[in-house]
Design a protein around this ligand. Structure first.
Ligand code: MG
Length: 290
């Protein structure tokens, strides 16, 4: 089942709706937000997985403004670095990787983006030229945690996955390199586009899901989640060791090859560029940069 967060411009702010195969939205009657729904699911309440019956109050998606599925995460978005072999190699060879480590990490690299970085689909993202001149895109599948927990083992990790969305892990490469850590380059305002929808875990096969990223219509990234170095169960086990994951936490699983610094010379984003990331069961996350 697909869910969206939308604003109908009726003064009620963000609301939750389900999205059918024709992209019609049906307002959720029982939950005010996706976080409320995820909390309820994590608490054992059964949410019907079958599409709802078409109802008189469903409406076309182009009549509302979509937000990120979770417009205001309660905590930082957890992110994984260098989690596809070909991207790890292009990053290590780019001159922007200050970790001086081997191309393929021996254990997951984890960093975070603040909730204030999150914006929705179709939001215009400021390139913030006063802070950076090297803005790059990163197409990523993001996991949304349902039932929380600590010291989760790999065998039971998938029981803690509520579903998935798409994140563009927008990165200021110059800040990432200069400051010898990743936070300052990753968490600038607007640098975490998310959406357009969230899907429940049953909708997506981690063993065979294609991710693509187009910039101005040109294919830049094309990969399959089967090629993740550290799969979702291992990521959950690693992160939750001694740290309590909570319902609604988000883990961006890393980006494949084809980012701007993979080119020589690098192809950073410029004013007017449109980045469109597609993961078929979820949809296409499109943002223009200014
Ligand atoms: Mg990334």
């Amino acid at each position: 089942m697909r869910w969206c967060t939308y604003d109908a411009n009726d003064g009620r702010g963000w609301r939750l709706g389900s999205v059918d195969t024709d992209d019609a939205i049906t307002p959720a009657s029982r939950f005010g937000s996706l976080l409320e729904l995820i909390d309820a699911t994590a608490g054992g309440i059964e949410i019907p997985l079958a599409p709802q019956d078409p109802s008189n109050d469903s409406f076309r998606i182009d009549t509302v403004r979509l937000g990120a599925p979770i417009p205001e995460p309660r905590r930082n978005v957890l992110c994984i670095g260098k989690n596809y072999r070909d991207h790890a190699a292009e990053f290590a060879g780019s001159g922007f990787d200050n970790s001086r480590s081997t191309a393929i990490p021996e254990a997951p690299i984890v960093f975070t983006k603040f909730p204030s970085a999150v914006v929705g689909p179709n939001a215009v993202v400021d390139l913030l030229p006063e802070a950076t001149s090297c803005v790059d895109y990163e197409a990523e599948l993001a996991v949304i945690i349902g039932k929380g927990g600590r010291d989760i083992d790999q065998a039971s990790a998938m029981d803690h996955v509520w579903g998935y969305t798409i994140i563009n892990d927008v990165t200021a490469r110059d800040r990432q390199a200069r400051h010898k850590q990743w936070l300052l380059g990753k968490t600038l305002d607007g640098f975490c586009p998310m959406g357009p929808f969230a899907v429940t875990a049953d909708e997506l096969d981690l063993a065979d899901t294609v991710i693509t990223c187009h910039v101005n219509g040109e294919l830049r990234q094309h990969a399959n989640t089967a090629d993740l170095i550290f799969g979702v169960p291992e990521l959950i086990a690693t992160i939750s060791a001694g740290f309590t994951l909570k319902s609604g936490d988000i883990i961006a699983t890393g980006t494949p090859a084809g980012v701007g610094i993979g080119f020589d010379p690098p192809r950073f984003l410029r004013p007017g560029d449109e980045v469109a990331i597609t993961i078929k069961p979820i949809g296409t996350l499109t943002n223009v940069f200014r």
